[in-house]
Design a protein around this ligand. Structure first.
Ligand code: HEM
Length: 410
């Protein structure tokens, strides 16, 4: 029998914190609950079960339909798609070629030192000022780390963070009239400034002297400037916007729960990463993944086989999958540091996706969050002055935390 929706229940015995004190999910407002697999009146398939979602993500006959992929595909002109929108053999090959930039070994040798120095500087800035907006500090951390991987290192860091934020904060322009023209012009202007001030200088520097990063790789493969710009924008959404929100949400849980904070600060790196994985399971930054079926897809669920027909849009609900008790165990809507998921289930559940588009930046994201948070949370007297406001980010179909004021000292 398949439980229709993730249920709340008592925490597992053996959880180090008693059930009443466990930190509860914060960001799932407005998420619709429902059965593991269902089709709505418009013909859209909604998948909420863990194994059912994983089966869709691992199916060969799907293409990306999230992150505005279908709008971008309708734009005129021929371009090689960024990795996030890629498909088939070309995508597989691209993934294999860039995999070396994301391994734990590369991260340790190439970016760890940078992460530590940059996190120290951000925390020193907070101490100097006495208070800061944590969502802004997290943004700068996430942008700068992903910029090292991508190769966006030839412009002023803080100015670039603002331009990147603006470039993925694009609104779909109204179809007609002056309002549409103005919005479209504004969108082009945002992209143009990101290209001129950040992407083009990076391309020029790497054309002269290639380095170990994504832009150098794309230049070697003969990508045109516009294709490289598009790739940089998708890294902005997939790598920077996501990590920024995760750092903020993890800090929110840890600051509100002194025992959890104590446990985090007293733990070794491996256990700290495990705790961060559990928080990411609870608060999936990308709330929905979307796919378009290119062939029929058979999904087993509770002894039934559903056939999702070719051409269907599929909405994969990650709050549902990550709260599926069959996969993650009891108390799925709480952070439990002793959680033991079912065999084969990742501790962060499907927060990094699965299948061909699975997040290559997963290790980097956890490493940088850990490095920043250990420094931040070790500050004596650090406290929340104003909890963040919660809104929806339409590009990643997930939460956005803003205006999160923390303070140190008296
Ligand atoms: C907590 C932080 C992060 C979260 C929650 C996250 C989540 C995800 C998810 C769910 C996907 C799969 C999208 C899909 O299946 O449609 C994805 C893909 C991707 N992520 Fe991440 N990500 C994070 C950090 C990063 C970082 C730090 C980088 C790079 C430095 C990165 C680069 C990418 C790229 C390039 C893809 C596209 C891969 C492909 O389509 O083949 N991500 N991410």
């Amino acid at each position: 029998v398949v439980p229709p929706t993730p249920r709340e229940s008592r925490a597992k015995p053996g959880c180090p914190v008693s059930a009443g004190n466990l930190s509860r999910q914060k960001t799932a407002r407005g998420e619709s609950l429902g059965p593991p697999v269902a089709r709505d009146e418009q013909g859209v398939w909604h998948v909420r079960g863990y194994s059912e979602t994983r089966a869709v993500l691992r199916a060969d006959s799907t293409v990306q339909a999230g992150f505005r992929a279908e709008q971008v595909a309708r734009m005129p002109g021929t371009m090689r798609p960024p990795v996030l929108y890629g498909r088939g053999e070309a995508h597989r090959q691209q993934r294999t070629e860039i995999a070396r930039l994301f391994t734990p070994v590369t991260t340790a040798a190439g970016y760890r030192r940078f992460m530590e120095t940059f996190a120290d500087a951000l925390v020193a800035e907070l101490v100097g000022r006495g208070r800061a907006d944590l969502s802004e500090l997290a943004m700068r951390m996430a942008v700068q780390v992903a910029a090292q991987v991508v190769g966006l290192t030839n412009s002023r860091a803080d100015d670039m963070a603002k331009r990147i934020e603006a470039s993925f904060d694009q609104k779909a322009p109204p179809r007609r009239g002056l309002a549409g023209l103005l919005e479209a012009t504004r969108n082009h202007w945002r992209l143009a400034t990101f290209y001129l001030f950040d992407v083009r200088p990076a391309i020029r520097a790497r054309t002269r002297t290639p380095r170990e990063d994504v832009i150098s790789h794309l230049i070697a493969k003969g990508y045109r400037d516009l294709e490289i710009l598009t790739e940089c924008v998708t890294y902005g959404a997939a790598g920077m916007a996501t990590t920024r929100e995760f750092i903020a949400v993890a800090a929110w849980h840890l600051l509100e729960h002194p025992k959890l904070r104590e446990k985090f600060l007293g733990a070794k790196e491996k256990e700290r990463h495990a705790l961060l994985h559990e928080l990411l399971r609870l608060e999936p930054v990308v709330g929905h993944l979307y796919r378009r079926a290119t062939g029929n897809i058979a999904v087993e669920s509770g002894g039934r086989t559903f056939t999702i027909p070719a051409g269907s849009l599929i909405d994969l609900h990650l709050y549902g999958t990550n709260g599926d008790e069959r996969a993650v165990g009891e108390a799925p809507l709480h952070a439990c540091t002793a959680r033991r998921p079912a065999p084969g289930v990742q501790p962060y559940a499907l927060s990094f996706g699965d299948g061909s588009h699975r997040c290559p930046g997963a290790f980097i994201a956890i490493q940088e969050s850990d490095i920043f948070l250990t420094r931040l949370l070790a500050l004596p007297g650090l406290r929340i002055e104003k909890p963040p406001t919660l809104s929806l980010n339409e590009v990643v179909a997930g939460y956005e935390l803003r205006d999160f004021i923390v303070a140190v000292g008296r």
